[in-house]
Design a protein around this ligand. Structure first.
Ligand code: LP5
Ligand code: MN
Length: 240
């Protein structure tokens, strides 16, 4: 049994090389896997399932074929693609995961999260998150014309980039107490997340000898994925 995890590909029209690398990953590495977990920010921005994205059509077809061939696909929302909906997931044959999901792996249970929830020192972001995760707010946003949604998203990206430049590095990382608390609440040994773009394997996250946190990397000049089977897990990176 082989299971794969990726996050933070930030797929966008301006970086066809990353889309190509993902297509290659799906056709090559993922075809030998039993399941592929997409843990958020797969897309740079998602403003509704109804918005045509011709540049990703081959990718959507490949994901669909992969799921039809028996590799189970799971999708968890990130802070860029939290508006991915049922319609799109049905199209590619993926199942949506809750924002904190317990999965049973060949090496034991693990908790899966995008990771933005753990950045509790980033008060501005957490406030913003509460707003945009509100179903009523989302319904209203999705009822706006595509052009207007696009312009709001662009404005938001600009605000986010500006604010991030003013934030300290620490604020934008996970809070250690938030990490310990989710591990303890779930009574679990392993947490897998992305979002921070700081790929690493951290040990002793709950206390000495207890609590491992795997951070997936973002795809830019290299790709990152976590592979898990009966023998353990490996965080893999390859040049794009
Ligand atoms: O994404 P990244 O890594 O740059 O930064 C994130 C946090 N920022 C975000 C915002 C996204 O980048 C926006 C992209 C949305 C794409 C599509 C959404 C479609 C819906 C549109 C909804 C309006 O997630 C950033 C974190 C950082 O990670 C690290 O964790 O710090 O958080 C912020 O930048 C949030 C700001 O601190 C607060 C934002 C205030 C927004 C003010 C309202 C502007 C409204 C504009 C519309 C009229
Ligand atoms: Mn993110």
């Amino acid at each position: 049994m082989k299971v794969l995890f990726v996050s933070d590909l930030h797929l966008k029209a301006e970086r066809p090389d990353i889309t190509r690398a993902f297509l290659h990953f799906l056709n090559d590495t993922a075809t030998h896997a039993d399941a592929l977990y997409l843990l958020g920010d797969i897309f740079e921005a998602w403003i509704g399932d109804d918005v045509p994205m011709p540049e990703f059509e081959p990718l959507f077809e490949t994901l669909k074929t992969l799921s039809e061939q028996g590799c189970k696909l799971y999708f968890q929302h990130g802070n860029r693609d939290f508006l991915v909906g049922k319609h799109f997931l049905e199209r590619i044959g993926a199942k949506q995961l809750e924002e904190k999901y317990r999965v049973s792996l060949p090496i034991g249970d693990a908790l899966l999260m995008h990771g933005d929830q753990l950045c509790t020192d980033d008060k501005d972001y957490q406030e913003f998150r509460v707003l945009v995760r509100d179903p009523n707010w989302q319904k209203e946003f999705l009822s706006k014309p595509v052009k207007e949604r696009l312009s709001i998203a662009q404005q938001l990206r600009a605000t986010s980039q500006q604010r991030n430049a003013e934030k300290s590095n620490d604020i934008m990382d996970v809070n250690p107490l938030a990490v310990a608390s989710v591990l303890q609440e779930a009574d679990i040994e392993l947490l897998i997340h992305g979002h921070t773009h700081r790929p690493a394997i951290h040990y002793n996250q709950l206390k000495a000898g207890q609590g491992t946190r795997v951070v997936l990397g973002d795809w830019d000049t290299q790709l990152w994925y976590l592979e898990c089977d009966e023998n353990g897990f490996t965080l893999v990176d390859e040049p794009i």
